[in-house]
Ligand binder design. Structure first.
Ligand SMILES: *[C@@H]1O[C@H](CO)[C@@H](O)[C@H](O)[C@H]1NC(C)=O
Ligand SMILES: *[C@@H]1O[C@H](CO)[C@@H](O)[C@H](O)[C@H]1NC(C)=O
Ligand SMILES: *[C@@H]1O[C@H](CO)[C@@H](O)[C@H](O)[C@H]1NC(C)=O
Ligand SMILES: *[C@@H]1O[C@H](CO)[C@@H](O)[C@H](O)[C@H]1NC(C)=O
Ligand SMILES: *[C@@H]1O[C@H](CO)[C@@H](O)[C@H](O)[C@H]1NC(C)=O
Ligand SMILES: *[C@@H]1O[C@H](CO)[C@@H](O)[C@H](O)[C@H]1NC(C)=O
Length: 662
């Protein structure tokens, strides 16, 4: 999320550089400015959402959301929160791709998903089943904690619950962490934000809409607006652009590939109703409206472990727990009947049904049948009841409980994020996975060695012939004399890499860049967020490019300027010697002691005293007037040292990097 902020800053800079005028050419691309709602992107040349979707239309779509008796999230959702959230994504094409009609259709499609997922409607409900969107903002009676405690990268936070929340419900610690990253919020610690702040709830939902689940896959946005061309594999799997594929992206085989099931139909019904209400008309629903025959982009996991963990017939389903839940629901009797008979797989109905069937399995039928369920649902429940008792382990298709359990396990599937050229757009890439992977292995004692790795990988950069630089080539260079001892740091990062790679492939160059930043932060230095997406070299960089330890100040300046660094930047980077036991204060505290020591200590004599504290190059800096003026500044102002170090570190880890494209 912080990368995203950084990228957003870049974007802002790019925008301000482009000037305040309405339209500009940038990199040959038209860039438009629609004010606060959409600015700085070619997509903003088209109409924005508030141009064609007004507050009164929002009221029509979600007419019953504030119903005091029935709506569970009355007074929570509003038009402004949707528009504020959408504004963050309009520059990336949300609702602004293609012409006005495509924009309206996309808004109807997105809101159709939201409406279906937050509905408390049922077939006989006033206004019809699809008139009850945005009735919920969180799962009412969570059937489980949704904590995947085998997840080491995003461990559950004690006392925090990861049940479904938001406009497109988020479930489970892993997904909260990833989505939080996407919207720049710490949802792993504060999932409740999605039921407290409607803007954030919409942001999270639109982020999901705009973000592919996995590398090289399209997002729901992409398949809907036609950004995506099916491959042969896709056409073999019946996946074509259209609304149907959005359900495939978001829900996979929970909804798709099962024929014309209610859970799918109800999402389509919401979309089409909204098209009508917005004045587009359902006749413009587009081709490939359903996904009845589609094979999932991401088949849900059926590993025995996830099955057993989420088994709804588990012993934790005691009668006491169930009764308590039943009582809770009893206070909202009217809504319970809505829940029970709704056919959509939303917060309420999906999970109540899950609960219903499992509760019946544990023989607590009383509360549920007292609430006026429809006959159809009742028979489904009793059918399940029997199957549960007779045949609990017979397989996924044999009972609703298994179906629901699969649902839950699939929802816990990690979203794996795509690599993205962040300088192009504020799109997310999950640096947190790398950070967490590194943190597992990094200790303060090892921080200096890891930071040194950064200097030795990036330090080979030559601005003249553009060779060397931050491309992971250090792993081929450990036998060079200047790199003595670095094999330990590489080994340490190798362990982290193995772990991270199992979730999301990371390049050595990214890993080293992040690890160095973590090393600095771990020792109390500034927090540094680095851009991700570096490619690794497959060969060693040219030798002899690192500044030698015997250079004097003039030679050091020359050496750094050949890498594109100013004198000030050279001085600030040298401040890294504050850690690592070179004699500049504590070996494991990153502060400005380095500069203080350079000022205080007597200059080393030629008789080799330099060996006691620091390197010859450290003292060479203090002998140079220009360097000395910076040393004084940093000795006095640690905050400035931290700020400048952060900036220069980022420059360093970007030197000579070649970047992955999306
Ligand atoms: C803007 O809308 C026009 C049609 O009105 C479309 O041709 C164009 O591609 C759209 N621009 C973007 C960036 O989607
Ligand atoms: C909701 O979150 C947004 C975005 O972080 C923030 O601007 C807004 O103030 C929050 N609203 C409330 C009511 O806290
Ligand atoms: C095609 O689809 C199958 C099954 O979904 C998958 O295993 C395979 O990797 C895909 N091939 C390509 C080239 O995407
Ligand atoms: C990333 O995007 C920027 C801005 O559009 C562009 O200059 C740069 O070449 C891109 N990098 C890659 C690797 O595509
Ligand atoms: C690192 O390399 C040195 C020799 O260059 C070797 O003695 C040492 O055992 C190696 N350390 C590790 C952790 O591989
Ligand atoms: C670093 O390595 C990559 C991958 O081999 C290469 O494309 C790039 O040119 C190298 N960087 C420089 C500055 O040569």
């Amino acid at each position: 999320m912080r990368e995203t902020r950084w990228a957003a800053l870049l974007l802002l800079l790019a925008i301000s550089a482009a000037g305040a005028a309405g339209r500009k050419e940038k990199d040959g691309e038209k860039v438009c400015d629609k004010g606060w709602e959409c600015s700085g992107s070619r997509f903003c040349c088209n109409e924005t959402i508030s141009d064609y979707f007004k507050a009164d239309q929002f009221e029509e779509l979600f007419a019953n959301r504030n119903d005091a008796q029935l709506a569970h999230a009355a007074d929570f959702w509003d038009y402004q929160s949707f528009i504020s959230a959408a504004a963050l994504f309009e520059p990336r094409g949300f609702g602004t791709t293609g012409g006005k009609e495509m924009g309206m259709k996309e808004v109807a499609a997105f809101l159709g998903h939201v409406g279906a997922k937050t509905s408390c409607g049922y077939s006989e409900a006033p206004g019809g089943e699809t008139a009850w969107g945005l009735c919920y903002n969180h799962e009412m009676s969570p059937s489980q904690s949704y904590c995947d405690d085998s997840n080491e990268l995003y461990p559950c936070v004690a006392g925090v619950e990861y049940y479904g929340r938001g406009a497109l419900p988020v479930y489970g610690n892993h997904n909260y962490a990833i989505v939080g990253r996407g919207i720049n919020q710490d949802l792993l610690h504060h999932p409740e934000l999605l039921e407290q702040n409607a803007t954030l709830a919409f942001e999270a939902a639109i982020w999901r809409w705009m973000t592919p689940m996995k590398r090289k896959q399209p997002s729901a946005h992409d398949v809907f607006v036609g950004n995506w061309k099916p491959t042969k594999n896709d056409t073999l799997s019946q996946r074509y652009p259209g609304f149907g594929a959005t359900m495939n992206v978001l829900y996979g085989d929970l909804i798709c590939g099962q024929g014309y099931i209610d859970d799918m139909n109800v999402i389509i019904s919401h979309y089409q109703r909204y098209l009508d209400l917005m004045g587009v008309g359902r006749e413009h629903s587009g081709d490939n409206l359903d996904c009845a025959e589609q094979v999932a982009f991401n088949p849900s996991s059926k590993s025995p472990e996830s099955l057993s963990k989420l088994h709804c017939g588990d012993q934790q389903w005691t009668e006491t727990q169930t009764r308590e839940t039943g009582l809770e629901e009893g206070m909202e009797l009217a809504s319970v009947s809505y829940l029970a008979s709704s056919s959509s797989s939303s917060f309420s109905s999906g999970y109540s049904r899950f609960a219903c069937r499992c509760r019946r399995a544990s023989k607590t039928v009383v509360a549920t049948s007292a609430t006026g369920r429809s006959g159809a649902t009742d028979s489904a429940c009793s059918e399940t009841f029997e199957q549960q008792n007779l045949d609990v382990h017979s397989g996924p298709k044999s009972s609703w409980c298994f179906r629901r359990r699969d649902l839950a396990s699939a929802i816990l599937l990690p979203f794996v994020l795509p690599p993205i050229n962040i300088s192009r757009a504020a799109e997310p890439y999950d640096g947190l996975i790398i950070q967490n992977g590194v943190r597992k292995f990094l200790t303060k004692g090892k921080a200096a060695g890891v930071l040194r790795l950064v200097f030795h990988d990036a330090g080979t950069f030559d601005i003249g012939d553009k060779s060397g630089g931050m491309n992971g080539s250090i792993i081929y260079e450990v036998n060079r004399p200047e790199n003595a001892g670095l094999n330990r740091s590489i080994k340490l990062l190798g362990k982290a890499k193995e772990e991270i790679d199992s979730v999301q492939k990371v390049s050595w160059a990214d890993l080293i860049a992040v690890a160095g930043a973590e090393a600095v932060a771990l020792c109390g230095g500034p927090e540094i967020l680095v851009r991700l997406g570096r490619l690794d070299s497959s060969t060693a960089d040219p030798a002899g490019k690192l500044p030698e330890e015997t250079l004097d100040a003039a030679a050091l300046k020359t050496s750094f300027s050949k890498k594109g660094f100013s004198t000030q930047e050279m001085v600030v980077l040298s401040g890294a010697h504050t850690i690592g036991g070179k004699g500049f204060g504590s070996p494991i505290i990153f502060d400005n002691t380095y500069f203080k020591v350079l000022l205080e200590k007597p200059q080393p004599s030629s008789s080799g005293m330099a060996g006691m504290v620091g390197l010859r190059t450290d003292w060479a800096l203090a002998e140079d007037d220009e360097c000395l003026s910076w040393i004084k500044i940093y000795a006095e102002d640690q905050a400035k040292f931290f700020d400048d170090f952060r900036d220069t570190y980022i420059k360093l880890v970007n030197s000579g990097a070649s970047w992955r494209t999306a």
